[in-house]
Design a protein around this ligand. Structure first.
Ligand code: NAD
Ligand code: LMR
Length: 328
């Protein structure tokens, strides 16, 4: 890794930004021995608030933080960036689905994709958090001419963490003992949280939970609708858990993840498992610690899983169709 890892964060004065920046500055992504610089992007009217965030970051005197750049210019924010965390975009409100944001938020990712291609470091990795994150990621990727497509990922890590927590709570075990949950498809209420290969304290999840009706019903529904439940409870969308998941996602890219405890990443589909090609879909993945991922091959999918996966893949195809004019 470089002497200083340059991390661009968009929407940095927003609610996720406020939870995310301290985590990054404290080494949550690159570990306790890696210096980081923060390159923060906001829209012009919010630069004042962003300056307040910069003052607070300085006042923390983080040992690992070398520099904080604040700007409303994507080409400055992404200059030489090794990691771009694309958070900046509108969150949904009560009664909305994430894809209702597509027309407002999608266009943000055209200019940002272009600016990444023009200015980011040659080893850049991109994590899209802003919703609807899968299709926004596709828009950024398609507009980042010259940047390899495998540099672009979107976040279902929050869904994976939520699924692990639900399985842990149901089985009475600690969530750190839950491994190999897969999120398939879209970060939306069609996503399919799949427990079939998961273990809890080394025991297959289905045996540990011993309640198939719950797994096939309430478990899936709770994970699919968790974002909405948080909006209803808090009046605002998830931020603390989203920031943690964004760091978990990025840390997985920069540390080794094996088949023993895989992660779910939204990446460009190559058709694995029958997923339609050319959408950004969530898959079970391993990582090599150098920013590269691979879709795990050879996992069995029963008819129940195949049917659930088809629903969410279809939604991603529909979203792609909705934004076809934004795809570069
Ligand atoms: P927020 O409204 O608090 O903050 C968003 C920030 O983005 C604002 O400060 C806004 O000024 C800024 N912004 C808007 N357009 C921008 C642009 N073009 N360039 C730079 N900055 C821009 O919202 P939040 O709660 O921080 O959520 C941000 C996004 O993350 C939302 O779309 C939300 O739905 C999404 N989200 C995704 C997940 C996930 O799991 N993938 C989880 C939680 C939230
Ligand atoms: C979440 O899953 O919490 C976020 O995507 C926010 C939302 O709109 O649900």
């Amino acid at each position: 890794m470089s002497n200083v890892m340059r991390v661009a964060v968009t929407g940095a004065a927003g609610q996720i930004g406020y939870s995310l920046l301290p985590l990054i500055a404290n080494g949550a992504i690159f570990g306790p021995n890696q210096k980081v610089a923060l390159q923060l992007l906001e829209v012009t009217p919010v630069l004042g608030a962003l300056n307040g965030v910069r003052m607070e970051l300085e006042d923390c005197a983080y040992p690992l933080l070398t520099e904080v750049i604040c700007t409303d210019n994507p080409e400055i924010a992404f200059l030489n960036a090794n990691l771009c965390m694309l958070v900046g975009s509108k969150p949904r409100g009560p009664g909305m689905e994430r894809k209702d944001l597509l027309m407002d938020n999608g266009k943000i990712f055209i200019g940002q994709g272009r600016a990444i291609a023009a200015k980011a470091a040659s080893d850049v990795r991109v994590v899209v958090v802003g919703n609807p994150c899968n299709t926004n990621c596709l828009i950024a990727m398609k507009n980042a001419s010259g940047v390899p497509t495998d540099r672009f990922t979107a976040m279902t890590r929050l869904d994976m963490n939520r699924a692990k927590a639900q399985l842990a709570l149901k089985s009475g075990k600690h969530w750190s003992l839950v491994k190999n949950v897969t999120i398939w498809g879209n970060h939306s209420n069609t996503q399919y949280p799949d427990w079939h290969h998961a273990t809890i304290d080394g025991v297959p999840a289905a045996r540990a939970v011993n309640d198939d009706a719950w797994l096939q019903g309430a478990f899936i529904k709770t994970v699919q609708e968790r974002g909405k439940a948080i909006i209803e409870a808090r009046g605002k969308s998830s931020a603390l858990s989203a920031a943690q998941a964004a760091c978990d996602h990025a840390r997985s890219l920069f540390t080794v993840t094996t088949r023993d405890n895989w992660c779910s990443l939204c990446v460009l589909s190559d058709g694995s498992y029958g997923t339609p090609e050319g959408i950004i879909s969530s898959f079970p993945c391993t990582t090599d610690g150098k920013g590269n991922w691979q879709i795990i091959q050879g996992l069995s999918m029963n008819d129940f899983s195949k049917a659930k996966a088809q629903i969410t893949w279809k939604e991603l195809q529909e979203e792609r169709e909705m934004v076809k004019d934004l795809l570069g």
